[in-house]
Design a protein around this ligand. Sequence first.
Ligand code: NAD
Ligand code: LMR
Length: 330
Amino acid sequence: MAAKPPIHVTVTGAAGQIGYALLFRIASGALFGPDQRVVLRLLEIEPGMQALEGVVMEIDDCAFPLVSDIVTTTDLDTAFDGTSWALLVGSIPRKAGMERGDLLTVNGGIFGPQGQAIANNAASDVRVLVVGNPCNTNCLIARSSAPEVPADRWFAMTRLDENRAKTQLAQKAGVPVASVTNLAIWGNHSATQFPDVANARIDGKPAAEVIDDDGWLQGDFLTTVQKRGAAIIEARGLSSAASAANAAIGSVAAIHNGTAGDDWTSLAVVSNGEYGVPQGLQFGFPIRANGAGGWTVVEGLTHDEFATERIRVTTEELAAERDDVAALLP
Ligand code: NAD
Ligand code: LMR
């Protein structure tokens, strides 16, 4: 049988921390499987190019059989030429004491031109995952700048929050993390996000019944997940990188391979008004994917008064971020 053609994958900010944790996993087959070759298209700004050369030497030195070619560039058209997956990581991370939203003015301007370059150059099946913060609104900016690319191809990353929440629940319940399923992150990848325990399951049972400690679930659990990024910056002096790269792999793989059975994954996607969320916001929802590129927001989940209020707060924050970047939206 003829070998499958390679998939072109663009990673922006490829010489950064997340890039360093991400590229080797893509190259090893962790993203698309052991029989799928890839072309790595790596975008950096000029000051990052020397470090990127070193990263490429290391990829070369791994002799990965799945890497067909590596393109390094500072040029947007070259970076996105023929790409099927664009992972938009390159941007400035926050420092201790900042909220992710404080980065909007610093990073927002990166994503409009990248969106346009994706529309002009990418493959017709292109899909985009925005990781650079504040990722929901950066994704909104990129998507709005590329109306030629269907709105359902744009994703912002809430999978890291999902993974964090699952581990907190598993540790509290004393079960392996794989026992925790159906964990939805609603809204913004920010301190207002809402990790939804009421609809989560532990070994198939409602997670809130297994844990049976509403004080913890609505208190320490919630704030630990909401503020985990800040806790890592405090401890490491740098923002999360390996866990962020791992979540990017999980996000893309969920769309590429599909979600399993009754389970779902958390991704921020364009709102079509589901659950009363204003149309057009890039909003964290539970998603089921069919493995052929199609996905749907999981419908019919119910929210009690506590959850409804938390989802209202994160929705308002995203609406305010959209208003703040109005000048960057065509
Ligand atoms: P980093 O500073 O280590 O690397 C960023 C890289 O991007 C640098 O090499 C820089 O040269 C490059 N860059 C800057 N502007 C660019 C541009 N216009 N085009 C191309 N490249 C550019 O940062 P990092 O730790 O890798 O984090 C990257 C981003 O990811 C930050 O915004 C961070 O807050 C965000 N992040 C998001 C999540 C999430 O869950 N969504 C998790 C962790 C980090
Ligand atoms: C994270 O959640 O770790 C990242 O978004 C980095 C940050 O600024 O918190």
